[in-house]
Ligand binder design. Structure first.
Ligand SMILES: [Zn+2]
Ligand SMILES: [Zn+2]
Length: 607
């Protein structure tokens, strides 16, 4: 919402609207399912949900909403919104609340958690126990709730609300707890914005990388291999290879060194790094080798530090920039894995910068500019940056160094003229950082790059270099990943381009379309010529008719189709069609070659 651009979502009108819609939807659900037990119902990005326990069906399975239930609930929701009611706020003591919600087991658990100082009415962590809980009521519907809400139900326009779908969801996100039924809905200020949102949703469905990954034969997962572990098929593997090859060459041209490190490391390493203390929940169980325990790496950093520490460094050796396409493994719960976006094993385009204090601002500048150069090469040119700063209560390292580091990050953002938000106190305990999100063709933000200071690991590993003064000094350490994880980046690339990769990345750049079998030899000859120049060409030698062949190539998002028949064979030309359904007519083969090579080399987005 443009008028709310500078207000956090939690404080926006839209948030109140959606939270209020969630309450009225729960009221509607109770009208149809009076026995339903209420869990929680917060606003989320683009909408809201509410979780219910509908009891069990005759087979003892959790009862679920049917599509017709959702239709009826939506009708009732709209009716209840129009039948105006006021949202009234009040509070109850813990004892009163326990009595009032005696029939609502999930609310009772939340009340206990509130009294214990663990979570608030919406299930978010809190730091202190409370003695009174928030209550919101409209008509007979009473909810344990922090608000905020709109004043009257009518403020939520019935024609700007929609129930989207339902799915199973575990209570508190824990698969060992009860399985609940979640209804997702969306609410907007007016029906035009709702319509625009639904259109975006439709478009997003078409671009879903899981769907396109299958259709374009790019990647798969298999229960036999295990969830969140990606199998790259030849076409997806080729796109990934091309992306990596380009990036690695750019790294080498920009003063980085390439290093490699193993997938497992001894427990001693992870003890020194602190990962076994603060990151253990995200790591897999130990592997016993001889007398020692080893762990799969969740990060590459400790290995790069060991490379640094293999010899003494002088101030003249710095800066050092160590890059590795490092494959790491992190624990994700089975319920949260999602295509290429959330996986258990992924490869980071990781690098660690080690430098002196006087070099640090320039290194940050370079890292950010390099980052933008790489992303722009992939046709990504809209960004939103976030700067996370120090939380005094929980930060390692001294305040002055933090300040210098934060200043350098801020200055780099300013020089790059990036839009950025500051997350005050939002940094990890070990250092401030920049997160860079890419805004895609549909206006969605995707987290890709991070430039992160670390004041913790250099201490823990006692990293030093000998300064001009002959004394030992601590180097600055900066973690940076530009594409983030290759898996996730590929997912973003697929969604951004709706699978129609730019020419230089397309797994197949040209499909030859012989009109009849008679023209196959000429098609093969053209293909061989193009391949000799490095163009990726397939020949459609199937018995399909010409239009079907063109259609198939377009469905595969192949940039060019070259149709060849009698005239083309005789004249040494090709009739050029594009995946955008343009007919560029007949061109001499040599001319087409020249054009396509220049476009591939320039990494153009247009055909
Ligand atoms: Zn509420
Ligand atoms: Zn790192």
């Amino acid at each position: 919402m443009s008028e709310n651009d500078n207000i956090p979502y939690e404080q926006s009108d839209l948030y109140r609207l959606r939270h209020s819609a969630a309450h009225v939807m729960a009221e509607a659900v109770l009208e149809h399912f009076p026995e339903a037990k209420l869990a929680i119902g917060p606003p989320i990005a683009d909408g809201f949900y509410y979780d219910f326990d509908l009891g069990q069906d005759e087979n003892g399975k959790p009862r679920a909403f049917l599509p017709e239930d959702l239709e009826e609930i939506e009708v009732t929701l709209k009716k209840l919104l129009k039948k105006n009611a006021k949202f009234e706020q009040s509070s109850k003591t813990i004892a009163e609340a326990r009595q009032f919600f005696a029939d609502e087991p999930y609310k009772l658990e939340l009340i206990d958690q509130l009294a214990a100082g663990k979570v608030d009415e919406n299930g978010n962590p809190i730091s202190e126990p409370v003695t009174e809980v928030g209550i919101y009521q409209h008509r007979d519907f009473v909810d344990l709730c922090r608000g905020p809400h709109v004043a009257f139900t009518k403020k939520v326009r019935a024609n700007a609300v929609k129930i989207l779908r339902s799915s199973g969801a575990y209570w508190r996100g824990d698969e060992n707890r009860a399985q609940l039924q979640r209804i997702y809905g969306t609410a907007w200020p007016n029906k035009e914005e709702l319509a625009a949102y639904l259109e975006r949703l439709e478009e997003a469905k078409k671009r879903d990388h899981r769907k396109l990954g299958k259709e374009l034969d790019l990647f798969s997962t298999s229960p036999e291999v295990g969830g969140g572990l990606i199998l790259w098929h030849p076409k997806g593997g080729l796109v990934r290879h091309l992306a990596e090859e380009f990036c690695k060459n750019e790294h080498l041209a920009n003063g980085y060194d390439m290093v490699y490190s193993p997938h497992i490391g001894r427990s001693t390493l992870w003890k020194t790094s602190g990962h076994l203390t603060w990151y253990k929940d995200d790591m897999y169980s130990a592997i016993q080798i001889d007398e020692d325990e080893y762990f799969l790496k969740p990060m590459n950093c400790p290995f790069h530090i060991m490379i640094y520490k293999d010899k003494m460094h002088s101030y003249r050796d710095l800066p050092l920039r160590m890059a590795e396409w490092g494959t790491v493994y992190r624990y994700e719960r089975s319920g949260v894995m999602h295509g290429l976006m959330r996986v258990r094993g992924f490869t980071q385009d990781d690098a660690h910068l080690f430098c002196r204090q006087d070099q640090m601002p320039d290194e940050i500048d370079r890292a950010l500019n390099f980052c933008l150069h790489i992303l722009r090469s992939f046709g990504m040119d809209k960004f939103h940056a976030y700067l996370s700063t120090r939380d005094e209560k929980k930060s390692a390292g001294d305040a002055e160094r933090w300040q210098e580091a934060t200043d350098a990050l801020r200055a780099a953002l300013e020089r790059a003229e990036l839009n950025y938000d500051v997350d005050e106190g939002g940094a990890a305990f070990y250092g401030p950082k920049i997160d860079l999100k890419m805004i895609d063709a549909l206006g969605r933000e995707w987290q890709l790059s991070t430039i992160q200071f670390d004041f913790n690991l250099p201490e823990r590993f006692d990293m030093t270099y000998i300064g001009q003064d002959g004394e030992a000094h601590r180097p600055y350490m900066i973690h940076r990943a530009l594409l983030g994880s290759m898996e996730r980046f590929m997912g973003v690339l697929i969604e951004h381009y709706a699978g129609a990769f730019p020419l230089w990345l397309a797994p197949v750049q040209v499909v030859m379309v012989p009109i009849t079998d008679r023209h196959l030899p000429y098609a093969e000859k053209v293909a061989a010529d193009l391949r000799a120049k490095g163009v990726r060409v397939a020949v459609d030698a199937s018995g399909d008719r010409m239009n079907k062949k063109i259609r198939n190539a377009q469905l595969q998002k192949t940039p060019y189709m070259l149709v060849v028949g009698d005239r083309e064979s005789e004249d040494g030309t090709v009739a050029v069609r594009t995946r955008n359904n343009e007919d560029l007519g007949a061109v001499p083969l040599a001319e087409f070659e020249k054009q396509i090579l220049s476009k591939i080399n320039a990494k153009t987005q247009e055909l």
